[in-house]
Design a protein around this ligand. Structure first.
Ligand code: HEC
Ligand code: HEC
Length: 345
């Protein structure tokens, strides 16, 4: 009974989408994609059709800035220096930039990352680019923002391996650049050399790591910013239901969802359950943002998915219960390519 109702709904919205669109864009040519309106069953009139209103419903262009870069100039400068500095690690070998390379779209392109002794953790290093926009940090969201997050890896025994907060501070105090920059960046603090200020500075720097793309131009109304296959892919991405999770300003990063929502996914990583202890949080992860995604493989929380093609197929299958063809993968991949930093395409 329920199934029939659902089918009727899908069919009727399908027909509605087709005829309605035909009228409005008569002969427009570029709207020849698929119309699987089922995910948006007649919610809001035009909501199932990919026009400017639908786009607005799902996506938001990157803001020009999320931190006052002028006012925080010294803080950001200090943060950048710390981000690049291997002296933040116990053997002066590993910087944030060793695993989140700024000239490699904020990742190391490894499934998992070697730390100061060459040992690897169980998770893939996500990109630091645009990460400050996310609701929380890490795959399981255990840090609330980039300022808090930055304090973790420095003391993490397999990442940067510093023995304690005070060991970090006494090391930094001996370095000339920091002797100058900490007091300048934290003028109002009686003691500028506090561990939490290391996180504040690195976080401020990370807030500048936004990467505007052609998709942002498109969202702002430049129809020509996307190529035909990218537009087709965008439409498929929304109509298939990918955008029910990957949406907003980071095309993800704003919610936690179960990996294997429709079809169970094999993994020993319990994700958010390890943070909350809530039964329904098993295998729940932060939905990754998809900006620069064509550049940040391998994919998934454990880096086990080598190619973007495979990631798209796995997502369709496990999150939406759908088998998708080569055309879908090709077009959606083309769309995802339009999310790459404009100045690095
Ligand atoms: C040895 C490699 C390594 C080093 C060094 C490292 N990270 Fe990471 N980073 C990771 C891994 C792996 C994760 C994911 C861990 C998890 O989710 O449990 C991560 C997660 C993050 C995230 C979360 C991004 C998101 O989308 O949730 C940010 C931000 C980040 N790191 C910034 C930093 C900063 C800043 C430093 C330096 C203080 C640093 N990292 C040092 C490997 C590293
Ligand atoms: C129900 C929510 C949901 C839906 C629907 C969904 N995803 Fe995801 N997506 C996720 C989650 C959660 C992850 C993280 C997976 C992990 O932890 O390994 C993810 C990961 C990804 C990744 C890998 C990101 C990375 O940095 O490793 C890609 C690419 C992706 N999704 C694309 C898609 C596409 C394309 C679709 C539609 C076919 C889709 N997703 C549908 C929730 C969803």
């Amino acid at each position: 009974m329920k199934l029939i109702l659902l089918l009727t709904l899908i069919l009727s919205t399908h027909v509605y989408a087709e005829s309605h669109e035909g009228k409005k864009h008569g002969g427009g040519g570029h709207h020849g994609g698929m119309h699987n309106g089922g995910h948006h069953g007649g919610m809001h009139g035009e909501g199932h059709k990919l026009d400017a209103a639908t786009l607005k419903l799902y996506f938001e262009p990157l803001p020009a800035s999320i931190i006052d870069e002028k006012k925080n100039e010294t803080l950001i400068k200090l943060g950048r220096l710390l981000y690049m500095d291997p002296r933040l690690s116990v053997n002066d070998k590993i910087a944030c930039n060793s695993c989140h390379l700024l000239n490699q779209f904020g990742v190391d392109n490894e499934p998992t990352s070697p730390g100061h002794e060459g040992k690897r953790g169980g998770r893939n290093a996500p990109t630091t680019l645009n990460a400050a926009l996310h609701i929380a940090q890490f795959w399981d969201g255990r840090a609330k923002d980039v300022e808090e997050q930055a304090l973790g890896p420095i003391l993490n025994p397999i990442e940067m391996g510093m023995p304690s907060e005070s060991a970090v501070i006494s090391k930094l105090k001996k370095i000339k650049e920091y002797q100058e920059l900490f007091p300048q960046a934290f003028k109002d603090d009686k003691d500028p050399f506090q561990y939490k200020n290391v996180g504040k500075a690195i976080g401020a720097f990370e807030r500048t790591l936004l990467t505007p793309s052609r998709f942002d131009d498109y969202l702002k109304g430049d129809e020509n910013a996307l190529k035909e296959d990218e537009k087709r892919g965008l439409k498929k991405f929304v109509h298939m239901g990918c955008a029910t999770c990957h949406n907003g300003v980071a095309i993800g990063g704003n919610s936690f969802k179960k990996l294997g929502l429709v079809k169970p996914y094999e993994t020993n990583d319990m994700g958010r359950y390890e943070v909350t202890g809530i039964e329904s949080d098993r295998k729940v992860f932060k939905v990754p943002g998809l900006r620069n995604i064509t550049k940040t493989g391998p994919y998934f929380h454990d880096g086990s998915v080598k190619t973007l093609d495979e990631a798209i197929r796995e997502m369709a299958e496990h999150q939406l219960g759908r088998q998708v063809g080569d055309g879908f993968v090709r077009d959606v991949k083309a769309f995802l390519g339009s999310l790459t930093a404009k100045d690095q395409e």
